[in-house]
Design a protein around this ligand. Sequence first.
Ligand code: ME8
Length: 662
Amino acid sequence: MPERKEKFYLTTPIYYTNGLPHVGHTYTTVVCDTVRRYKRMRGYDVVMTTGTDEHGVNVERAAKKAGIPESEFVANMAEAWRALWDELGIAADEFVRTTDIKHVRAVQWLFKLCKENGYVYKGHYTGQYCIYDNAFVNDAKPGENCPDCGRPLETLTEQNYFFKLSAFQKPLLDFYRKNPDFIQPESRKNEIVTFVEGGLKDLSITRTTIRWGIPVPGEEPHVFYVWFDALTAYLSAVGGPDYEKRGMWPADVHFVGKDIIRFHTVYWPAFLMAAMLPLPKQVWAHGWFLMDAAKMSKSKGNVVLPRPIANMLGMDALRYFMLREVVFGQDGNFSYDSLVTRYNSDLANGLGNLASRTAALIEKNFAGRVPKPAERQAQDDALAKEAQSAIGEVLERFDKMEFARALEAIWGVIAAADKYLTTEQPWALGTSEADLERKATILWTSAELLRIVSALAHPVLPDSTAKVWTLLGQTTSLDSVELDGLRWGQLVPGTALGKSQTLFPRVEKTEAIERIESMANEELNSASAAPKPASAPAAPATTAAATAAPVVPEKIGIEDFAKVEMRVGQIKTAERIVGADKLLKLTVDIGTEIRQICAGIAQYYEPEALIGRKVAVVVNLAPRKLRGVESNGMVVAASVGPEGRPVLAGFLEDVEVGARLK
Ligand code: ME8
């Protein structure tokens, strides 16, 4: 652990604003957020930057298609990206937009430095240009397709400002040699070194054919070309020209996908060298998330959306799956099947089950207080040893960005604890003094193991581990726990357990996948049908908030309608959900049982005013999780006005609770 707080600055790419964020973007961002949380728990002063790349031809075209000004288009998009990151528990410290004035100033400042130092000149350029990737393709011939996205290239001649990239071949090669960890993973380093050794051509960094960009001061109509603009965002987020004041630059690590490694390890250090500014310490390029063996991408249209997954299984499930399933650095396949399988096996049956079993037994046998362990037996010591040595291993794995291995080590301990409980059978012990002592030792051991596991897994599963932490009666915030001080044996006997809650309810695979897919379709439809490009948040469990595309519905037969079981329900309790502005958590009496239902009405109804109110409830809807809270049914509401204000359906006459609507 650093003695004084050392700084750690990390970034995600600045994402293009011409499409919805998908699981690929989510992956880089979740990785970055995990490392951010981890470093904080190691005592660093951490800043994480993400943001949106808002200039260029694609945005110009997309805004035109949407029929709105570019500035409005990008503002909507930036909001949609920001909202999604919030929902996924991503706590970036800086969200930089390339249309921010502070960014504009930073780009113009960087250009001035490069120019003053003699690395910028005016010239003409004719080349093959991919408008989708915003890049000239060196050596391509007219009529060829883009080697990256496969779409036709366009021939372009322009007067441009050029950056003397050719002057940086040797300085870059020297830099790579002196900083062997700069390019990660190691396997990608050779690719870059070979590229630079092959010779570097000067780079055009401004355009006159694009309107939507940052102007080159005094040189209009020149605007900065996408990469000179975008890369500077990392610096503008932490002070731009005043970067020294903030003390965060240079970046400790830029996380990127392998598609943009060259821009980050060749262009970016060269721009900074030219400006005589400090260089980032590391660029980490991970592999692709593939869907049906092809790279998931907006242009191919084979994307998986993160929000429906988070709504159904909780954001932690998505975060866990992405980091556990793929070896960081390599490509990995995305499949709903493996997502739900992992959810049920590792989260519901693994961590969730261990937590609920342990808490229930402590509740039952020790009145909800952590028991005092008595004499330890060899198997208790063995488990303690395993957990203690996992701490060291997990920290080492996280340090090396081996997320899958770190999680494997944590889940290895969970499995050992599960086995321990099954063998020791604390539930089968009686009430004699010896039995009670043994029970106390076993349950303390199990609870202590859970405490360790929660702290270790917190960077990946921030929401659910915090719940386990509270369940174990821990009052400090888990975020502020220092991993370096984590040791076996710190769980204080006598601590009162917190309120128990279901962490990961088991789901039926087919139903869960259908539900996720249908929410994803709804989101894609609403995004493509809406006049604005922003991805509307997924509909909570009320028809009022449904934002489906205005397609003409097919007529259905009475037998289809009969499949929907609607009953009169009476609201018993209503409360707001922390962190979910739109949702209320209701308990509703439907005649045969009391159901927990989440409804997207929080902005329009006060919880207290709902108690006792009779509502129409769809009772045979598959349960799902909204913002991590289980919702078992749907309250029916009208959607009123352009903003879709929910108005609860009700009855003018008194009706019996449980009566069926037909
Ligand atoms: O390139 N698998 O933005 P972008 C894994 N604006 N990661 C993926 C992925 C996939 N299938 N698809 C996308 C840009 N990503 C520029 C960046 S930075 C100064 C400017 C992730 O919206 C991955 O991190 O196309 C990739 O590098 C990034 O999204 C590309 O995002």
